[in-house]
Ligand binder design. Structure first.
Ligand SMILES: NC(=O)c1ccc[n+]([C@@H]2O[C@H](COP(=O)([O-])OP(=O)(O)OC[C@H]3O[C@@H](n4cnc5c(N)ncnc54)[C@H](OP(=O)(O)O)[C@@H]3O)[C@@H](O)[C@H]2O)c1
Length: 370
């Protein structure tokens, strides 16, 4: 992208934790923002209209990542797109198997379930116990797999391709795709003593065997986004943040906020002393904007700042807020993966200290009554 154009830009999933901060930042810089949300009049998105300049410069569009036409309407007339929306599950999701032909596959699944239910009913008199166990186990597996396909992989991967196709059609100048460190760090082949940089990709087969479906969804989506850029010439830059904390603007609790809330409130008897890589949501929003505005930005950027063991994090929180119900004991684990944001810092990115992130996070949870 040769020049910074402060025209119309689109932010997908505008009401989410990260996107709300991206929208706020863009409005503060006088961009006119098209934000996509799934239910336009939902109270869930009321906070967006409270941003400064929202009444003049923010327009919300109802769009789903799997509804191409809805994305086309939101992206039409925009020079830039910030693709932030993606399912971020706060619990583990069941095993998906295939990525393609979902619709045909789903019809077979429904047919299979109907058949099983019928069999179960017919067999009740002769083999009641076995038929019930067999059919309900299969039903659970089939439903579980379908759920993960529908809820995580399909919107992340096909949804991203839909956004990119709509961008190409609308002649968008640059797309910033918010990927994740999850698309970088799950790679057992990477030398243990070497800091991870942008050349490292999570191993898709390893994601599958370790059942890390969120990591798989981000790895597939980001690699396909960059491949789309190579084949079509659409300018796509990706940002890969580690775990994002910081004050919440939205009313619901997103997955990464839940991680800190659990540390503060759950009082676990024992917790793994894992290495955490934390970045502030406001710094992520700045990185995303920088990736858009800097003409020289290209390819992937890891966005990671503070690397800290869980126990040290808890000690830091306890020194500021002594009265929460923190984990009681820690078990040591081997976990030395470290990521570098050197490339992003060379672009001019700076970040705030961890204690500022923690204090502002906790204060925002208190203000929200969490
Ligand atoms: N938080 C982190 O620690 C972290 C770290 C690295 C990367 N990321 C990435 O940052 C992005 C935002 O994450 P977040 O933490 O802000 O999560 P979030 O608060 O859960 O936001 C996710 C957003 O995606 C939208 N969305 C999900 N499925 C959709 C679909 N089918 N169609 C349209 N919109 C859909 C949601 O819309 P609704 O509001 O309608 O539900 C929501 O606005 C994601 O791409 C995530 O992978 C997050």
């Amino acid at each position: 992208m040769s020049v910074v154009e402060k025209g119309k830009v689109c932010v997908t999933g505008a009401g989410g934790f990260v996107a709300s901060w991206v929208v706020k930042l863009l409005l503060s810089k006088d961009y006119f923002v098209h934000g996509t949300v799934r239910q336009r009049n939902d109270d869930k998105y009321a906070h967006l209209n409270r941003h400064d300049k929202a009444s003049e410069n923010l327009k919300l569009f109802k769009a789903d990542l799997l509804d191409y036409d809805s994305l086309v309407s939101a992206i039409h007339g925009c020079t830039g797109v910030f693709h932030v929306a993606s399912p971020v599950p706060s619990t583990t999701v069941p095993n998906p198997e295939a990525r393609f032909n979902y619709s045909i596959f789903s019809i077979f699944q429904l047919y299979f379930i109907a058949l099983l239910t019928l069999l179960c009913h017919l067999e009740k008199k002769t083999l009641p116990f076995l038929s019930h166990i067999f059919s309900s186990t299969l039903c659970v597996c089939v439903f579980a797999r379908a759920r993960a396909q529908v809820e995580v992989l399909e919107p992340a991967v096909n949804g991203t391709l839909n956004v990119l196709k709509a961008c190409l059609e609308a002649k968008v100048k640059r797309v910033v795709y918010v990927s994740s460190a999850a698309a970088v760090a799950l790679n057992p082949g990477w030398p243990k003593d070497q800091v991870l940089d942008e050349s490292c990709w999570s191993d898709k087969d390893y994601c599958k065997t370790t059942k890390n479906w969120y990591c798989l969804s981000k790895t597939l989506a980001e690699s396909e986004a960059l491949e789309f850029s190579r084949t079509t010439g659409l300018d796509v830059v990706t940002i890969c943040p580690t775990i994002i904390l910081g004050p919440i603007l939205q009313s619901n609790v997103n997955a990464s906020t839940l991680v800190l809330l659990k540390l503060l409130k759950e009082g676990s008897e024992s917790m793994e002393n894992k290495l955490r890589m934390i970045v502030d949501v406001r710094d992520v929003a700045e990185a995303i904007l920088m990736a858009y505005e800097k003409p020289e930005a290209e390819g992937r950027y890891i966005c990671a700042t503070h690397i800290i063991k869980t126990k040290d994090l808890v000690d830091m929180l306890r020194s500021i807020y002594p009265h929460y119900n923190y984990p009681k004991n820690f078990t040591e684990v081997e976990n030395e993966t470290r990521l570098s944001s050197e490339r992003l810092q060379k672009l001019g990115w700076r970040y705030r200290p961890l204690n500022e992130t923690l204090i502002d996070s906790v204060e925002s949870y208190r203000a929200a009554g969490l």
